[in-house]
Design a protein around this ligand. Structure first.
Ligand code: B12
Ligand code: SF4
Ligand code: SF4
Length: 372
C-alpha cells in the first residue's frame, strides 16, 4: 500500500490558493480559531437584544465564536472572498431616488450566493484532498453559526468597518465570505489592520440610524433585517424611512469611500436576473404567488417567501408618490391578502389617500427616536 507523502503545510496552502482561484474566489486567507474579543462583542450584542427576531443567534451560544465546538478537531479557518458587485446593473442611486421603482440590494440581484459559494467551497476542499490526501473539514456560508467577519479579518482579508461589514483596502466591501473549517495545520496569515480613521459617512447615511455607535449595529432598526429577517409587522415608525428598499439595504456601503476600489463580480451567477435592478413597484406587486415562486427560485429573495415580499412592497408603495395607479394596485391585492400583508396595505392606502407620502420617503429617522 502506498502512503501519501507527509504534509508540507506551506505547499498545501499554495495549492489551496491556486485551487481557490480556479473555483472562482477572489482571495483566501488562513486564520487561527480563537476570537475571544469578538466573542465578548457578540455576547454584549445579544444581551442588548440587537438581534431582534433572529433567535437562532442566541440559541447557538458560544458555538458561534468557537469553531472547535462546532466541528471538533478544527485548528484553522480558511476564509474565502467572492466579489458580487453587479457592474452592469442600473445605477443604485438612480433606483433609490425613483420612488416608483423597487430597490433590491446589490447582493440579491443574481443567483442565491449561498448556493454559489457553498458549491465552490465544496469543490475547493474536494480538489485539495485530491492534491494532498484526505483531511478533516466542513464548509460554511452564512447559515452556519460562525462569526465570519472576525475570522476573515484575522485571515488578512480586511477589517470590520464602522458599518460592521468587512472592507478590503484593494476591493471595498461588495463581497461575500465563506469558510472551510479544517484540521490542517496551514500557516496563518497576518490579521488586517483597520482604516476607517475619522470617517463616519456610513453612520450619517443610514436611513434608520441603525448604526447606534461605531461597529455596533442594532439589527432591529436595520432595513436589511426588517425586510429580510423580521417575520412580523414592521414597526410603523420605521416604515417611512425604508423608502423604496424592498429587499435589503446598501446605503452604508454605497457611501463608503473604500468602495471606489471595489471589483466587478466575475462570477456569471451574479448577473442581474428578471430585470430586478429597476422593476416598477406596481408590476412587482401584481405578481401572483405562483409567479413569485417561478421567478425567484434560485434567488436569495426566494427565502423570504411571497408574504414578506408583498409586505415589503406594500411599504414601498405607501412611500411612493400619491397616484391612482398605486391606489388601484394596493386595492387589487387587498382582497385575499394575509392579515400581515393587509395591515401593511391599509397603512399604505392611508398614506396614499391622505397625501402623507413623498417627502417622508426620503427622510431619515432621528437617532434619538426609539421605535420599540
Ligand atoms: C446576522 C447577519 C446579519 C444581520 C445583522 C448584521 C450584523 N452586523 O451583525 C442583518 C440582517 C442586519 C444583516 C445585514 C446585512 N448583511 Co449580513 N450577516 C449576518 C450573519 C449571518 C451573522 C453576523 C453576526 O454574527 N452578527 C453578530 C454581531 C455581534 O456581529 P457584528 O455586528 O458583525 O459585530 C462584530 C463587530 O462589529 C464587532 N463589534 C460588535 N460590537 C462592537 C462594539 C465595539 C465597541 C467594537 C470596538 C466592536 C464591536 O465585534 C463583532 C464580532 O466580530 C453574517 C454571516 C456570518 N455567519 O457571520 C452575514 C454577513 C455579515 N452579512 C453580509 C451582508 C452582505 C449583509 C448586508 C450587506 C446585506 C444587504 N445588503 O442587505 C447587510 C449589511 C448590514 C450591515 N450594516 O451590517 C455578509 C457581509 C460581507 C462583508 N463584506 O462583510 C455576511 C458575512 C454574509 C456572507 N457570508 O457574506 N446581516
Ligand atoms: S444596511 Fe441600511 S439600514 Fe442597515 S445599517 Fe446599513 S444603511 Fe443602515
Ligand atoms: S463609510 Fe467610513 S466609517 Fe463607514 S465603514 Fe466606510 S470608511 Fe469606515
Amino acid at each position: 500500500m502506498t502512503r501519501p507523502p507527509p504534509l508540507d503545510p506551506a505547499a498545501a496552502k499554495n495549492k489551496l490558493a491556486a485551487r481557490a482561484r480556479e473555483a472562482g474566489f477572489d482571495r483566501i486567507g488562513v486564520a487561527r480559531i480563537d476570537i475571544p474579543e469578538d466573542e465578548r462583542h457578540l455576547l454584549r450584542w445579544l444581551d442588548a437584544g440587537f438581534h431582534g427576531e433572529m433567535d437562532y443567534m442566541r440559541r447557538h451560544g458560544t458555538m458561534r465564536s468557537r469553531p472547535q465546538e462546532l466541528v471538533p478537531g478544527t485548528t484553522r479557518v480558511v476564509s474565502a472572498r467572492m466579489d458580487y458587485w453587479p457592474a452592469a446593473a442600473r445605477d443604485a442611486e438612480a433606483v433609490l431616488s425613483n420612488a416608483e421603482s423597487g430597490y433590491i440590494s446589490r447582493y440579491a440581484l443574481g443567483r442565491d450566493y449561498h448556493k454559489v459559494l457553498r458549491g465552490a467551497l465544496a469543490q475547493l476542499a474536494k480538489e485539495l484532498a485530491q492534491d494532498i490526501g484526505p483531511f478533516g473539514y466542513r464548509v460554511c456560508v452564512d447559515s452556519a453559526p460562525v462569526l465570519e467577519k472576525a475570522h476573515a479579518r484575522n485571515a488578512g482579508l480586511g477589517w470590520i468597518g464602522k458599518h460592521t461589514n468587512l472592507i478590503a483596502r484593494d476591493a471595498g466591501s461588495w463581497f461575500f465570505l465563506g469558510e472551510i473549517l479544517t484540521d490542517l495545520p496551514l500557516p496563518e496569515d497576518e490579521p488586517a489592520s483597520a482604516h476607517c480613521g475619522t470617517c463616519t459617512a456610513c453612520i450619517t447615511a443610514c436611513p434608520t440610524a441603525a448604526i447606534v455607535a461605531p461597529y455596533r449595529l442594532d439589527a432591529r432598526r436595520c432595513i436589511a433585517y426588517l425586510t429580510i429577517e423580521h417575520h412580523s409587522a414592521i414597526p410603523e415608525a420605521l416604515r417611512p424611512a425604508i423608502g423604496n428598499r424592498i429587499y435589503g439595504c446598501d446605503d452604508c456601503q454605497l457611501v463608503c469611500p473604500w468602495n471606489k476600489y471595489a471589483h466587478a463580480a466575475a462570477h456569471p451567477d451574479f448577473k442581474v436576473r428578471h430585470g430586478l435592478d429597476a422593476a416598477r413597484l406596481t408590476e412587482l406587486f401584481a405578481w401572483t404567488e405562483a409567479q413569485f415562486e417561478e421567478r425567484m427560485r434560485g434567488s436569495a429573495i426566494y427565502r423570504i417567501g411571497y408574504e414578506k415580499w408583498s409586505r415589503n412592497i406594500a411599504i414601498a408603495l405607501g412611500n411612493a408618490p400619491a397616484s391612482e395607479g398605486v391606489i388601484r394596485a394596493l386595492e387589487q391585492r387587498r382582497e385575499g391578502a394575509s392579515a400581515l400583508v393587509r395591515e401593511h396595505i391599509d397603512w399604505a392606502l392611508e398614506r396614499q389617500r391622505s397625501g402623507a407620502v413623498g417627502v417622508q420617503s426620503a427622510s431619515r429617522i432621528d437617532p434619538g427616536q426609539n421605535a420599540f
